[in-house]
Design a protein around this ligand. Structure first.
Ligand code: GRF
Length: 212
């Protein structure tokens, strides 16, 4: 299936670019219907423009409440025909009401090996903690912060000579490979999020489905 993708961004957009490159090179079966930024004048918007992909700013500061902000985002995404959402450095937490519009169809990349170091500045948190292995996680999004079911992870070593910036860069390189790959698994129907009443949702592999 071709993913009709919306990509939510807040900053530099290097993960957006990795997704767009994967699409144009045929490694990811998706169409980027819309890039939506909650911040004006970010590099991600320029990257979208140079790739010829539609983009829009919905600035959270212009709305009185999260509900209104999310309603405005939802209107833009729905009128663009977006069915799946990739959060690529999007720095706002999404409410259950918003997520319900894309059930099991919102995917995030986070720069740590979750469940370690959720939240902002995860790479610095890991570096300051003194971990010897760091990495990134692609996961389905639920109502918590970086808490949804994990699809894939990539680990990187922390070298004695690393600065926090070195580590951030090494993790980011892995994000650029892992995020498009995980989205492609979804496009191929190989993984999906399965909600479980009263329990944590899980990621199911297609092959496991076939065995049931
Ligand atoms: C990435 O490290 C992402 O995991 C985190 O913010 C960073 C965004 O980078 N949430 P970019 O905007 O994709 O370049």
């Amino acid at each position: 299936m071709t993913l009709e993708l919306g990509v939510l961004v807040s900053g530099s957009g290097s993960n957006l670019e990795a997704i767009l490159t994967a699409i144009s090179s045929g490694r990811l079966d998706a169409r980027c219907r819309l890039v939506l930024s909650n911040r004006p004048s970010v590099l991600a918007l320029e990257r979208a423009r140079s790739a010829g992909v539609p983009s829009v700013v919905v600035d959270h500061k212009e709305y009185a409440s999260r509900e209104e902000f999310e309603r405005a985002m939802l209107a833009k995404l729905q009128e663009s025909g977006v069915e799946w959402l990739a959060l690529a450095g999007f720095m706002r937490v999404l409410s259950p009401t918003f997520l319900a519009a894309f059930p099991g169809r919102v995917v995030n990349v986070h720069p740590s090996l979750l469940p370690a170091f959720p939240g902002t500045s995860a790479q610095t948190q890991a570096f300051d903690y003194g971990v010897k292995v760091a990495g990134c996680t692609v996961h389905f999004v639920d109502a918590g912060v970086d808490s949804g079911p994990i699809i894939a992870q990539a680990a990187v070593p922390v070298l004695d000579t690393d600065s926090a910036e070195d580590l951030r860069r090494r993790i980011l390189e892995q994000e650029h490979a892992l995020f498009p790959q995980a989205l492609q698994w979804i496009a191929e129907g190989r993984v999906r999020m399965v909600p479980r009443a009263g329990a944590r949702s899980v990621v199911t592999l297609a092959s496991e489905d076939a065995e049931r």
